[in-house]
Design a protein around this ligand. Sequence first.
Ligand SMILES: Cc1ncc(COP(=O)(O)O)c(C=O)c1O
Length: 365
Amino acid sequence: MTLDDLPLRDDLRGEVPYGAPQLDVPVQLNVNENPYGPSEAVVADMAAAVAEAARGLNRYPDRDALALRADLAAYLNGDGATGLRVENVWAANGSNEVMQHLLLAFGGPGRTAVSFAPTYSMYPEYARDTHTRWVTGRRADDFSIGVDAAVTTIDEVQPSVVLLASPNNPTGTALPLKDIEAIAAAAPGIVVIDEAYAEFRREGTASALTLLRRYPRLVVTRTMSKAFALAGGRLGYMASSPAVVDAVRIVRLPYHLSGVSQAVARVALAHSDELLAAVSDLRAERDRTVRWLQDQGHRTAESDANFVLFGTFPDRHAVWEGLLDRGVLIRETGPDGWLRVSIGTPEEMAAFRAALTEVLTEVLA
Ligand SMILES: Cc1ncc(COP(=O)(O)O)c(C=O)c1O
């Protein structure tokens, strides 16, 4: 039997599961993970917390994840938010699930969601899966949003949800707060600022968390997958007004967030100083990578994230493949001709630089 024999939804026919290749190569720089795993001390605390959680696994977990949400609120209050409490915060299995909850609650048949491309390629999938009409505006050549055009699009299509990544994936571009304010003022519905990479932002780049008090329909999503080096733990979260949290609670599955996930995330938060210490190294490595790429004559997008979009190559697939042949996996994504490299350890970045130099010498030869 094949998919064609099944009563699959018509709009899912021909679709394939989302995901970058998971290949077992020495240098993996393709999904913007944090290359630094937790220290043995953190691992030991996580193991103890998991053991404690395991003793209670015959019972369902705290459906509302109250202790975890309180910890997340405290963390955000230290990163630009003010006065956030449990009822302002929601958590789920990755920020992907948080955004799916938002689309389930605020999207749907007869409704529209808007974003500005190039951007995170999961957004249209949330819309597809929730039967929400999907409209994309274009970013400018420097990947900024072009706020006047964005406001015009919003006026025209009256979206229930606007989804904006800041810093944006795959470009690394952060949105100025004044642009977010203009969009929040124009949008009739929910405005989601996806700050998956916020902790990597450069000095002087502000977080939209500072705007939450003034815009009750603004939502800031975050994740522990990147700066907190917890991609495998699957923990994403959002901050907004309590009414928005009440809305997503309607559509979440009961006990969606396992007791083990909650326990591990709380340990990571308790060790946030240590886990986030690597972030400044990664930011410095990112800036070095940008300078090196520019010195080699490549174009780079301004990056406030833990990756760099660079190019342009007449045959980017050949470059991507050449790197892979040399054990370096990056991402073939973004507009035509561009490639994206995640920031790894200094050794991994040295391997990337050596491989790219070799490939380009070969391709040009
Ligand atoms: C912009 C952006 N948002 C959200 C996510 C989802 O991350 P997670 O579901 O691991 O929190 C990613 C993952 O790469 C991303 O790039």
